[in-house]
Design a protein around this ligand. Structure first.
Ligand SMILES: NC(=O)c1ccc[n+]([C@@H]2O[C@H](COP(=O)([O-])OP(=O)(O)OC[C@H]3O[C@@H](n4cnc5c(N)ncnc54)[C@H](OP(=O)(O)O)[C@@H]3O)[C@@H](O)[C@H]2O)c1
Length: 159
């Protein structure tokens, strides 16, 4: 499993149920990485999508209220999702949010981090990837300045 997350300079990822910034190239990249594959997320992240489920990929949601999401496959516990993940025939990408990143990072072997070079007022955070024990940065992308906020793509793997 691999994590995809966009984090700001303070490792913030969201505020009031929404993203901190909508960076068009980043959203396109997420689409390119996940189409045809499996994505898993918490119910709050799923509900934050303007259009759902995200098309052309298998959407999985972890929630204690599966009755709210009859259109997709839900799991009412982490354990149930992990059992299912063992049978998956395609890559699984963890799309967040904070609580699901925290619960699943221990089962992931790669982090695709979009580092936004700006400090936002956030209420949801990712663990600082540079301080995560057992992980190392294997690439740091060029800074992209075409959007409202500069950002770059970094990758981390387990040591
Ligand atoms: N920057 C990024 O890359 C990024 C990516 C994703 C999200 N975000 C942001 O992060 C924020 C959302 O994160 P969040 O941590 O508040 O919410 P979340 O992880 O998206 O969803 C949390 C919800 O999922 C359900 N859930 C989680 N673990 C569960 C478990 N083990 N068993 C049963 N249900 C479980 C619970 O809801 P139920 O009440 O349904 O049970 C829980 O309240 C938003 O601001 C969003 O925009 C940012």
């Amino acid at each position: 499993m691999e994590i995809i997350a966009a984090i700001d300079q303070n490792n913030g990822i969201g505020k009031n149920g929404d993203l901190l910034a909508h960076l068009s190239p980043d959203l396109k990249r997420l689409r390119a990485m996940t189409v045809g594959n499996i994505i898993v997320m918490g119910s709050k992240t799923y509900l934050s999508f303007p259009r759902r489920p995200l098309p052309d990929r298998e959407n999985l949601v972890i929630t204690s209220h599966p009755e709210n999401f009859p259109e997709i496959r839900c799991f009412t516990s982490l354990e149930d999702f992990l059992d299912y993940s063992k049978t998956a025939d395609r890559p699984i990408f963890v799309l967040g949010g904070g609580s699901v990143y925290e619960q699943l990072i221990g089962y992931c072997d790669k982090l695709h981090i979009t580092r936004i070079l700006h400090s936002f007022d956030a209420d949801t955070f990712f663990p600082d990837p540079d301080k995560l024990e057992g992980w190392k940065k294997i690439s740091e992308g060029e800074i992209i300045t075409t959007e409202a906020y500069p950002f770059r793509y970094d990758e981390y793997v387990r040591i």
